[in-house]
Ligand binder design. Structure first.
Ligand SMILES: [Zn+2]
Length: 289
């Protein structure tokens, strides 16, 4: 029987619930979980046989089963109650077989925008352009959403999930098996979008990663054969949690907000990318921490 092995340390790293068992801080094992039977190796010194086999069928039905279990939502991009930002080890994600979804120029990068966070990368395209799947996997979501428009989420065997949004047409169905390079849809301008583009996300356990740390967008090739994923990749999550916003009410100005929050006007201008004389709108969110 073909087997894919995964050291117990790696399993403990990716199943945070098993924190009662200690594991090494750095794990180099790959979790490129191709649809083979998965054998969890026991490296306990007492020699007890705790080897766990996961059936071939299960690995095919739920790609990266060892990471996600049977969680398989068809409408939530992040249904997981996971906090990879607090993981204490590292996981090597294989980037073998990657296909760039669309070889066009970047129009917006991953990261903080003025008052919200951009969880993906935007690539300019024309309506009807091909959008291709990044790795082998299975379609978890294929639907229309308010913000994403027509979008597709694919779970891959390497543990990543990718999202393709604002499509004019979806060409796959939920539970479809897809190969790297397969068409998932046509590029479009649906949902909260101000012009034709592809919004492209890469996530691990529901939390977004900066795709530019994994892929060279100039060439459309992976930066390396594998990517070592650690809590540092999700440092922005903690920063977002600590951000504080003031919602502008009648009579507010940068001066009154400064007085009420105890933060200087210079800081408010810098944090919000606005000049000192900018008129504020009612309901506008002003970051003050
Ligand atoms: Zn976007």
């Amino acid at each position: 029987m073909t087997k894919c092995t995964l050291r117990k340390h790696a399993l403990l790293t990716i199943f945070p619930a098993l924190t009662c068992i200690s594991f090494s801080p750095i794990v180099q094992d790959s979790v490129d979980l191709q649809p083979y039977s998965l054998r969890i190796e026991d490296d306990e010194p007492d020699g007890a046989d705790t080897t766990l086999y996961i059936a071939l069928d299960t690995c095919v039905l739920y790609p990266a089963y060892a990471i996600y279990g049977s969680s398989w939502s068809h409408d939530e991009v992040n249904p997981y109650k996971a906090s990879p930002e607090s993981m204490s080890g590292a996981v090597a994600i294989s980037l073998a077989g990657y296909t760039h979804p669309n070889q066009n120029v970047i129009t917006s990068r991953f990261g903080a925008r003025r008052w919200k966070f951009h969880y993906g990368i935007d690539l300019r395209l024309s309506v009807g352009d091909s959008v291709r799947c990044a790795f082998n996997g299975r379609v978890r979501i294929a639907r229309r959403g308010k913000a994403y428009g027509n979008y597709v989420v694919v779970r891959h065997y390497n543990g990543l999930e990718t999202t393709y949004a604002h499509l004019s047409k979806i060409l796959v169905k939920v539970n479809d098996e897809v190969k790297s390079g397969d068409l998932v849809g046509w590029g479009g301008n649906t949902g909260r979008s101000t012009g034709p583009h592809l919004h492209y996300e890469m996530r691990y356990l529901g939390q977004a990663l900066d795709p530019m740390t994994l892929v060279d967008f100039a060439t459309g090739k992976p930066c390396a054969d594998s990517f070592l994923l650690t809590a540092a990749c999700f440092a922005y999550v903690r920063e977002l949690e600590q951000m504080r916003y003031w919602v502008v009410r009648s009579g507010d100005s940068l001066w009154t907000i400064s007085q009420k929050t105890g933060v200087s006007i210079d800081y408010l201008c810098k944090a919000n990318h606005i000049p000192r004389n900018r008129a504020l709108r009612l309901g506008q969110r002003i970051r003050y921490h």
